[in-house]
Design a protein around this ligand. Structure first.
Ligand code: GAR
Length: 197
């Protein structure tokens, strides 16, 4: 297989709203030789998102848009992505629902990670609901984004066991650490590559 270098990797933007631990894992992955993508832009709807720090640490461009006027913010985001030749979008803890119009413009090129075994527990408070329903297993899912919330084609899932004394916090932590491995693996899968590690 030809080695992927910075110049021929697929330019990718990561959208975040909070801590950005998935962003960090995607950046680290993108810097490996085996990665088909480079992270070239970070977009956030939250100027206080902790994950924006990775823009400084890894010298990646960033922009924050309030998304209060969603149509306006999305058109600015689209302009920036186009200008920067972005071909793939990874949603990573981005807590805004993007519009059909936006999705149409990046059809089949938007991925999302969700902290449940979809189709179970779409939307928010996944861990709380899984515990309340006394589920034996939970996990995370990487999927393509389509017009219906958390309903696009599943790329990969990781299942984890829920312990008897599990709390929302301990479950969130366990799932998140799996997310960090699953997102890169899912990206390799869509590019038909295998992880070397
Ligand atoms: C992750 O658990 C991600 O799956 C979830 O938010 C967290 C973000 O963590 N996303 C959603 O719930 C989307 N509906 P991070 O900011 O540390 O990557």
């Amino acid at each position: 297989m030809a080695q992927l270098t910075g110049s021929n990797k697929v330019k990718t933007a990561v959208f975040i709203s909070g801590k950005g631990s998935n962003l960090k894992s995607l950046i680290k992955f993108s810097l490996t030789k085996n990665s088909p993508i480079s992270i070239d832009f970070i977009i956030s709807n939250n100027s206080k998102a902790k994950g924006l720090i990775y823009s400084n640490i890894f010298k990646i461009k960033k922009k924050v848009f309030s998304f209060k006027d969603q149509k306006l913010s999305e058109s600015k985001v689209l302009y920036i992505l186009k200008k920067n030749n972005i071909k793939l979008i990874c949603l990573a803890g981005f807590m805004k629902i993007i519009s059909k119009n936006f999705i149409r413009k990046f059809k089949g090129k938007i991925l999302n990670i969700h902290p449940s075994l979809l189709p179970k527990y779409k939307g928010l408070n996944t861990h709380k609901r899984a515990l309340k329903n006394k589920e034996k297993y939970s996990g995370c899912t990487v999927h393509f984004v389509n017009f219906k919330l958390d309903s696009g084609k599943i790329i990969l899932q990781k299942k984890i066991k829920i312990k008897k004394n599990e709390t929302e916090n301990s479950l969130a932590k366990k799932v998140l650490s799996q997310e960090h491995k699953l997102y890169p693996k899912a990206i390799l899968k869509i590019f038909n590559l295998q992880r070397k590690s």
